[in-house]
Design a protein. Structure first.
Length: 268
């Protein structure tokens, strides 16, 4: 039986464009959004993948671009943050619409007033929305959802979407599928096969958009109902897929990364 990484590689032998989520996909989910640990070799691996794909690499995340830059500084890949409400491509930053920013402040204030003092609840303001995390208090998930639903009353341009121990308000116009479709219209993404990689409900729009444009989705984690064509069991498997992409591209970056991996194996 063909292993999952080989199956994904076999699905397309031509040039691909990689769109990847961050939390739960490139890094393990932590109890607090700021507590995630970036593996020491991840930045170098992403630089090599970016070079091997001639720049067709993007992080598409619910996090802000500023937050991603904090975890992965000095990277050249494109970033679509806040579920596509903001993006940076070729060093040029495009911020969210002012009306969405103003509405996000109101939503954050409403949720904060309702859930003030609730232990285990973390309210994360975002440029165009707000996330309510309850990973430290799973029993308060219904409370978090109800508080967000009340905050959204009178804001028909926003909706709530649930994720792993989090419920989030975001604009109806912003989703990861739209972010992928936008980047696929510009170089170096245009003309390539899109591959969207994620682990959660918010990634389903990305999986569907990739399929519509002739590509496919890859879900990380346990098998579940999903629009992704492939499932990889864990982040380690995803990194193996990245390594395979790097090594099959005949360029200097791929060779440098292969040499680095060989040296590391000898040290071990």
């Amino acid at each position: 039986m063909q292993n999952p990484v080989s199956a994904i590689l076999s699905a397309n032998s031509g040039p691909v464009a990689i769109f990847t989520d961050f939390d739960g996909t490139l890094v393990e989910i932590a109890s607090h959004p700021d507590a995630i640990i970036v593996p020491d070799d991840l930045p170098a691996r992403l630089r090599s993948l970016y070079s091997a794909l001639d720049g067709a690499l993007a992080v598409v995340t619910g996090r802000t671009i500023k937050t991603i830059d904090g975890f992965l500084p000095a990277q050249e890949f494109s970033v679509s943050g806040s579920h596509g409400a903001e993006y940076r491509h070729e060093g040029k930053l495009h911020g969210p619409p002012p009306n969405l920013v103003s509405a996000a402040h109101i939503l954050t204030s409403r949720v904060s007033d309702t859930l003030d003092g609730q232990e285990g609840i973390l309210i994360e303001p975002k440029p165009t929305g707000v996330a309510v995390h309850y990973r430290s208090a799973p029993e308060k998930g219904a409370m978090a959802s109800a508080a967000l639903a009340r905050a959204l009353q009178g804001h028909p341009d926003f909706h709530a979407i649930a994720g792993k121990m989090v419920v989030e308000a975001r604009p109806l116009s912003a989703n990861k599928g739209a972010a992928l479709e936008h980047l696929m219209q510009v170089k170096p993404f245009a003309g390539r096969t899109p591959v969207f990689i994620g682990d959660d409900v918010t990634d389903e729009d990305g999986f569907a958009a990739a399929e519509r444009l002739g590509g496919f989705g890859v879900r990380i984690g346990e098998p579940a109902e999903t629009r992704a064509r492939f499932v990889l069991p864990d982040i380690a498997s995803l990194l193996s897929y990245f390594d395979a992409l790097i090594e099959r591209e005949p360029n200097a970056a791929a060779s440098d990364f292969a040499d680095q991996r060989l040296q590391e194996s000898r040290i071990r």
